[in-house]
Each structure stands twice: as structure tokens, then as C-alpha cells.
Design a protein around this ligand. Structure first.
Ligand SMILES: CC(C)(COP(=O)(O)OP(=O)(O)OC[C@H]1O[C@@H](n2cnc3c(N)ncnc32)[C@H](O)[C@@H]1OP(=O)(O)O)[C@@H](O)C(=O)NCCC(=O)NCCS
Length: 151
């Protein structure tokens, strides 16, 4: 994996269009403008660059159901740059960030139908903690996953 740089974005608002473009090219569900505006207000963003921006992750410092955890809101890589270890590098940054806050867990919600993301999360040590039925519409369930971090 050559020349991949991960940086925390100081002003994610300025790069909103770039973030939307990456998510459109990921093969997953693209993020909406309003969804992103809300995250930009509360979350920390990490961008992966391989000469140009190719992926990002966004993490909320507070998971509302457990104060000892953060919430990974999204992690998304352009299709052309997937399976090269960039998702792992981005996740590592969110782990460091969580640990710096003195927190010990990362949570996330993911569609039960997103088989690729589930494969990635399981490989990265996330385990299923529960299910929110019909979260994305009738029959469209969301899994809650958790990763315990070393202190
Ligand atoms: C899911 C996603 C973030 C993974 O990123 P990535 O950069 O392709 O993953 P990596 O190359 O860092 O893979 C890390 C590990 O996970 C494994 N992995 C990655 N995708 C996988 C999949 N679909 N199934 C099983 N394992 C997978 C890799 O084999 C690797 O393990 P290894 O190091 O032992 O070989 C990326 O595919 C993506 O952006 N998907 C579309 C958007 C999306 O659905 N995001 C998640 C919901 S917000």
C-alpha cells in the first residue's frame, strides 16, 4: 500500500463536497447532504489520501447509550482503493482517538444487508451486540456492533 496518508480534518465543512464524492464512489449508500451537515457539527473526521482523497471515517465522541464508548458513524473508501488496507488504517485512527478520550469501546450501527461491511467489521474485531428491527424501513434491520479496546 503506497503513499497512503491519514489526516484529521480541521475543517471538514470545507471538504464537504469531496466527502460526498468519496461516498458516491464507494459502492455503498451515499451520504446525504443534511446527514453530513449534522455530523460535521459534532464529529471528528479522518481522511485517507493516496495522492488524492480516497476515503474517510467519521466518529462521534459520545455514544448515546454508553458513556464509555464512541460511535463510528461512517467509514467509506472509493471502490478503486478498497481491499488495500486503507479501511484498517482509518479505523486505527478512530481507535487512537477513542483511547485519547479515555474511552474503551467503539460502537457502530450497520445494515444487516451490508455483507461487505459486516465482513470488514468482523475482521476488525467488532462483535454483534443487538439488532434494531426496521431501522431503515420495513424488514431493513440494523445491527449494533461493538469493539472493546485495550487500555
Ligand atoms: C467496508 C470498507 C470500509 C472496507 O475498507 P477496505 O479499505 O476495503 O478494507 P481493508 O483493505 O483495510 O481490509 C481490512 C481487513 O478487512 C478484510 N475485509 C475487507 N473487506 C472485506 C469484506 N468485504 N469481507 C470480508 N473481509 C473484508 C480484509 O481482508 C482485511 O483483512 P486482512 O488484513 O486480514 O487481509 C470498504 O469496503 C467500503 O468503503 N465499503 C463501502 C462503504 C461501506 O459499506 N461502508 C461501511 C458502512 S458505513
Amino acid at each position: 500500500m503506497d503513499h497512503v496518508k491519514i489526516r484529521q480534518l480541521k475543517n471538514p465543512k470545507k471538504l464537504k463536497q469531496t466527502l460526498m464524492n468519496i461516498s458516491k464512489q464507494s459502492g455503498g449508500s451515499p451520504v446525504g447532504s443534511k446527514w453530513l451537515d449534522r455530523r460535521i457539527k459534532t464529529n471528528v473526521f479522518f481522511m485517507a489520501e493516496q495522492d488524492e482523497p480516497v476515503g474517510f471515517a467519521s466518529i462521534c465522541p459520545d455514544f448515546k447509550y454508553d458513556r464509555t464508548g464512541t460511535e463510528l458513524d461512517i467509514i467509506t473508501i472509493c471502490q478503486k482503493s478498497q481491499r488495500q488496507g486503507i479501511g484498517r488504517l482509518l479505523l486505527d485512527k478512530t481507535i487512537e482517538f477513542t483511547q485519547r478520550l479515555g474511552k474503551t469501546k467503539i460502537y457502530l450501527f450497520v445494515s444487516q444487508k451490508n455483507i461487505d461491511a459486516l465482513g470488514f467489521y468482523e475482521k476488525m474485531g467488532f462483535v454483534e451486540k443487538g439488532i434494531l428491527k426496521d431501522r431503515y424501513g420495513p424488514g431493513e434491520h440494523s445491527l449494533i456492533m461493538k469493539k472493546e479496546l485495550e487500555i
